[in-house]
Write a protein that binds this ligand. Structure first.
Ligand SMILES: [Zn+2]
Length: 257
């Protein structure tokens, strides 16, 4: 995998965003395999296809690419995406594509990660201010994806700090993440929230009381739910059944790597 863009393709373009799109999409077409099934190449949808940017002909997965220039090579907490309403509709109706997030500097890929579609919940979508009346698309409301709010298991690196990860490792990680897929959006929300809490506990061994320290925070995220403790235990059981944590009895757990 050559991490450099083909800068010759920028000739004839003037807008920075156009150049960025042409170079990053070309790079993906030439280099990116399917992180879902391992197929060697991805197909590229024609420009302005509303559903996605790339697809895998083998496993029929769809992918969107969001990229940004970042001199510091840091992915950052959020990345801008399209219309807020469309994004929420796609997530709640389970029609959103997988998301590639790329950062680059000096026309070279620094980071590339895939966020599987089943890690998306409305909670991680931030509504931006509508465009001003003077704008060409006045009133249009975009959104940001809060990358920082997504559990670590949902951020699978293909390139990290300029280093390429092993392809088989990427596909394995995807397959492991797939175990967390939930098809109901509310159960997905609870799972992501509790998983994120577990990740915030610094050590691998932890107890139920440590997870309960997040009760108030979770109550605020899920107003109207009076069974937060039960919900937490349910998610921990799910994580155990899927092999993400171990139970030792007496409210003691261990994260599995
Ligand atoms: Zn595939």
């Amino acid at each position: 995998m050559d991490l450099h863009f083909n800068q010759n393709l920028a000739l004839g373009y003037h807008s920075g965003s156009q150049i960025s799109r042409v170079l990053t999409e070309d790079w993906m077409e030439r280099n990116m395999f399917c992180p879902v099934c391992g197929a060697p190449v991805l197909g590229h949808y024609e420009a302005n296809k509303p559903v996605a940017d790339f697809f895998c002909d083998d496993c029929k997965s769809d992918f969107e690419l969001k990229s940004k220039e970042s001199k510091t090579a840091v992915i950052g907490h959020k990345i801008a995406d399209g219309a807020y309403g469309t994004m929420i509709d796609r997530i709640t109706s389970l029609r959103n594509p997988h998301l590639f997030v790329m950062t680059y500097a000096n026309w070279t890929v620094n980071n590339l990660l895939i966020i599987p579609k089943f890690f998306f919940v409305p909670d991680i979508i931030e509504k931006r201010n509508p465009l001003a009346d003077t704008a060409r698309r006045a009133g249009w409301t975009g959104c940001n994806i809060e990358i920082g709010s997504i559990p670590e298991s949902g951020k699978i690196f293909i390139v990290k700090n300029g280093q390429q990860e092993d392809k088989s490792r990427v596909v394995d990680q995807y397959q492991k993440a797939l175990l967390l897929q939930r098809t109901r959006i509310d159960s997905r929300g609870w799972l992501m929230d509790v998983l994120k809490c577990v990740e915030r506990i610094p050590q691998d061994d932890f107890c139920l009381d440590e997870v309960y320290t997040f009760v108030e925070e979770l109550r605020q995220k899920h107003p109207g739910n009076n069974h937060v403790h039960d919900k937490i235990r349910q998610q921990l059981q799910f994580l155990r059944d899927k092999g993400f944590i171990q139970f030792f009895g007496g409210g003691r757990y261990r994260k599995r790597r």
